[in-house]
Design a protein around this ligand. Structure first.
Ligand code: SAM
Length: 445
């Protein structure tokens, strides 16, 4: 076929379409040949015929979904033709307006790439998704300098004792970091119904909220079945109930509602999301959906990470800097710039009173043991994730170099970290927000 991808769009969105085509054709190692009408149909040629020919000669379609293309009848016709021809379609969604025309019929159950916030940053994901659909196995992004893309990253394995131990250390280390925020948010409330998303074995949420008298019930959900089994056995007979749920699955809200029904919960008063968003492909969708099951005036607590807030000094030979860069290349370590995107996601979900409550935890005033915990909470997983990346693809030079270098300097990093004059700030962040009352017509500011 002449083209890999037929791009369907409204002419008002030409700007983003031409950037998309040049990304897919030129910025990647295995370039994809794109068709888009304004560039590829010469003047004077019969337009409808050229469209039909191009579609017949394309392996699949990308629909650039915006308010304008939603209204476009041309786009409807192209979509109908693609579906009749059984061409795979990926919708690149830059707007969340209600679907109109044929799109309501054809797009309902399609895979979307949600690109509302920063469309260009989603090109990389688009490329990888197209390659998956077309069965292109050697797809690579030319620049691998950092993992600046969100992936669904179900990294947790119950048999990984090191990760279980690390999560425990992290839970203890962050107790003071979290607790005053929980105190403030829960003060004066009663019979609080809590939802904890990405609860793991339930330890952290039960440690923070399990013993509070004003908390009635805690529902924890996690994608990992063994973690949920462990949680239910550890907290049997308590106010905690735990369920397996993939929060990124298409029907997660229906599944969540059936869990709520079991416990006669109509809405939650408090939603807790700790160290999860960095591991999700589309956290915006989750925040938009879960705010709908939060009571008016209810709160969301989000703890996450942003490695842009990390500081290490003195940093001899830039070893800490290099380690943080290596971390950004490990998909298992999650999306390391996640923190900065959270206020925008909360605002897009119409949440009010968005606050950045905490911005980093640092080594000042820490005992030796606390510093040890801070070191382990961060650097131990970088080493193991880098090792995993190397073992998965040992032929890739960067994987080998990163792992061998990190292993060779790891002990020295630990030694430097414990020096009395060393300063380290790690970019844990806590954001909170409140759901505005539906009776208030005022918009959140
Ligand atoms: C880093 S742990 C955080 C555990 C706990 N919330 C804490 O702060 O200690 C992330 C957890 O999110 C879970 N998780 C990852 N992707 C998920 C998904 N799509 N749906 C539900 N849970 C998910 C993992 O299984 C893991 O238990």
């Amino acid at each position: 076929m002449k083209y890999d991808v037929f791009i369907s769009y409204s002419s008002s969105d030409l700007g983003i379409v031409s950037k998309m085509a040049s990304y897919l054709e030129d910025t990647v190692e295995v370039g994809l040949k794109c068709f888009y009408a304004q560039r590829d149909i010469p003047t004077g040629v019969n337009y409808p015929r050229a469209i039909v020919d191009a579609l017949d000669n394309s392996k699949m379609m990308i629909l650039v979904f915006t308010e304008e293309s939603n209204k476009s009848e041309h786009v409807d016709r192209e979509l109908e033709l693609a579906c009749e021809g059984k061409k795979p379609v990926i919708a690149f969604k830059m707007s969340d307006v209600r679907l109109e025309g044929a799109k309501r019929y054809y797009l309902k159950n399609l895979n979307w790439i949600e690109a509302y916030v920063d469309a260009e940053s989603m090109f990389k994901k688009l490329y990888l998704d197209i390659c998956r659909v077309l069965g292109i196995n050697n797809a690579k992004i030319v620049s691998t300098s950092s993992n600046n893309i969100r992936y669904k990253n179900n990294y947790f394995k119950i048999e990984d004792d090191n990760e279980l131990e690390r999560l425990k250390i992290q839970m203890e280390l962050l107790e003071d970091f979290d607790n005053d925020i929980y105190d403030k948010l829960l003060e004066g409330r009663n019979e609080i119904r809590v939802l904890d998303i990405g609860t793991n074995c339930g330890e952290t949420i039960m440690n923070r909220l399990g013993a509070r008298d004003n908390v009635d019930i805690i529902i924890g959900v996690d994608i990992n079945e063994e973690a949920i089994m462990a949680a239910n056995s550890s907290f049997k007979g308590s106010k905690g109930f735990f369920y397996k749920l993939d929060i990124e699955s298409r029907n997660f809200i229906t599944e969540l509602k059936s869990i709520m029904k079991i416990h006669k919960i109509e809405k939650f008063d408090f939603i807790n999301i700790s160290m999860l968003l960095l591991h999700l492909e589309n956290p915006q969708r989750i925040i938009r959906e879960v705010q709908k099951i939060l009571v008016d005036g209810g709160s969301i607590f989000i703890r996450d990470i942003d490695d842009g807030l990390n500081m290490a000094y003195p940093d001899y030979n830039n070893s800490f800097k290099k380690t943080i860069e290596i971390c950004s290349r490990n998909i298992e370590s999650g999306y390391r710039n996640s923190g900065r995107e959270i206020p925008t996601m909360l605002a897009n979900a119409e949440m009010c009173d968005i606050k950045l409550e905490k911005m980093g935890i640092n080594s000042l005033g820490m005992s030796y043991e606390e510093k040890d915990a801070l070191f382990n909470t961060y650097f131990s997983f970088i080493l193991s994730d880098t090792r995993n990346r190397y073992e998965k693809d040992p032929n890739k030079r960067e994987n080998k170099e990163d792992y061998e270098w990190l292993e060779s300097v790891y002990e020295k990093l630990e030694e430097d970290f414990h020096a009395h004059n060393f300063f380290f700030n790690l970019g844990f962040v806590i954001f909170t927000a409140t759901k505005k009352s539906s009776k208030t017509s005022l918009k959140c500011r």
